[in-house]
Design a protein around this ligand. Structure first.
Ligand code: AMP
Ligand code: MG
Length: 424
């Protein structure tokens, strides 16, 4: 079978002897196979928080809608600003926010004005009330030192009518909801959420609440996967633990692909006797089986199962999370938004040594913090084995140690990727 993932000349043999890829090459191939979801739904503005816009938001109005005062004070014409002397102005009216005055202001006349009130005709400048000497109910004295146009917010200075305010694909933030509401828009079109089905594989896995037999372990991967997916605003289908039974796995693969855009399994991708993921994917889908030059998370099965993308993640709990953040997350982000995923990274000074040999990209877990002098520092979480899941909960970032790196000493600067800052 030939397709984008298995071009002629490479074919299925690759599944037998996995190709070693760099992290960057694996990510590129995965992204090239990801297609953004096409379904669109209209939602009430509040319900669209975190969802990807499926339309440009074009402003039907100027914001602010009218030129208005930025201060409580007195509105005058800029031509009337006194030079070195103090001038007397006649107070002809009072303007409140939401209650404009219809009078026009003439020479040596002013309008008492409140913040947000539209500027009356004939005025373009506001003198703060603290700088005005009110002589009596009808007269005010204004001195020198003012600038024409001061303390006035111009119509459209935040948003111009007909301008594109937010572009299609943007994941809506709390501020975006406010910006959209400021245009008077209360419903928006967003892309439907990608549907993700996930399951564990492993006869040794038990669910919390069950008792452990000898050699059994509790299934933690479905919980960490749930947590990472939950933060991404996707639709989830938790299919449980399928075990290491080829027939059951085949059925699970098929039913997952029937309903989901993305199928994620964990475990069963090594070359052990009970590792069926790759052979089943090979049989009923299209497969790329890779050994990725990374640690943790070396083996990864990636391919298509009908129209769904399939990720066969490793079984080790840290490897599951690392490969999710590095490969599944960028694909899901692209599918949900149509935009590339750019992980947030910062530089930090190491507070520990990170040992490493050149050859593999290592994602060490670190604790990033801000020092009292404002600089960022990163400490190691300690043991870095791919089964030490507490390193992911103690830590808050990956310390990026690229392929060619031979480790870093304490005090050196490294690139760090916080776990929970997703795409920018
Ligand atoms: P495998 O890739 O299936 O050989 O699994 C590698 C290691 O990860 C084994 O020690 C498994 O017991 C462990 N493992 C696999 N799946 C899970 C899971 N869902 N939760 C916790 N540990 C797992
Ligand atoms: Mg297994």
């Amino acid at each position: 079978m030939t397709n984008k993932l298995n071009p002629p000349g490479r074919g299925c043999n690759e599944a037998e002897s996995p190709k070693t890829l760099t992290v960057a090459a694996a990510r590129e191939t995965i992204l090239a196979s990801s297609v953004s979801v096409s379904g669109i739904e209209k939602l009430a503005l509040r319900d669209a928080l975190g969802r990807a816009l499926a339309e440009d938001i074009v402003s039907p109005v100027n914001v602010p809608g009218h030129t208005n005062s930025a201060m409580d004070g007195y509105a005058i014409s800029g031509n009337d600003i006194p030079g070195d002397e103090t001038r007397e102005f006649k107070i002809i009216a009072t303007a409140y926010a939401g209650k404009p005055v219809s009078l026009s202001c003439g020479t040596r006349e002013c309008v008492r004005i409140m913040t947000g009130a539209p500027m009356p005709a004939g005025t373009d400048t506001v003198i703060m009330q603290e700088q005005v000497n009110v002589k009596d109910a009808e007269h005010a004295l204004i001195g020198s030192g003012h600038r024409p146009g001061q303390n006035v917010r111009q119509a459209g200075e935040d948003i111009l009518k007909s301008s594109i305010v937010l572009e299609s694909g943007r994941s809506l933030t709390p501020a975006d909801l406010g910006v959209i509401a400021s245009l008077g828009i209360f419903e928006v079109s967003v892309y439907r959420r990608p549907r993700v089905a996930f399951f564990s594989t492993g006869d040794e896995l038990r669910s919390a609440g069950e008792s452990l037999g000898e050699g059994d372990v509790y299934d933690s991967n479905r919980y960490s996967l749930y947590g990472m997916l939950k933060k991404l605003n996707v639709e989830m289908l938790d299919m449980g633990n399928i075990g290491d039974d080829p027939a059951k796995l085949r059925t699970a693969f098929k039913s997952a692909a029937d309903t989901a855009d993305v199928v994620i399994s964990s475990g069963g991708v090594s070359v052990g006797e009970a590792d069926y993921t790759k052979s089943i994917l090979e049989e009923i889908g299209n497969i790329n089986f890779w050994k990725i030059a990374m640690k943790p998370g070396r083996p990864l099965t990636f391919g298509h199962l009908d129209n769904a993308l399939f990720f066969g993640l490793p079984g080790n709990p840290v490897a599951v999370m690392v490969t999710f953040y590095q490969f599944v997350l960028p694909a899901l982000h692209y599918m949900a938004t149509g935009n590339p995923y750019i992980p947030f990274q910062v530089q930090a000074v190491t507070r520990d040594q990170f040992r490493k040999r050149p050859g593999r990209f290592e994602f060490a877990r670190g604790i990033l913090k801000q020092e009292p002098d404002g600089t960022m520092s990163v400490a190691s979480t300690g043991q870095q084995g791919s089964g030490i899941l507490t390193s992911m909960s103690t830590g808050n970032c990956f310390v990026l140690l690229p392929e060619q790196s031979s480790g870093v000493s304490k005090g050196e600067v490294v690139q760090v990727q916080p776990f929970d800052f997703f795409a920018t």
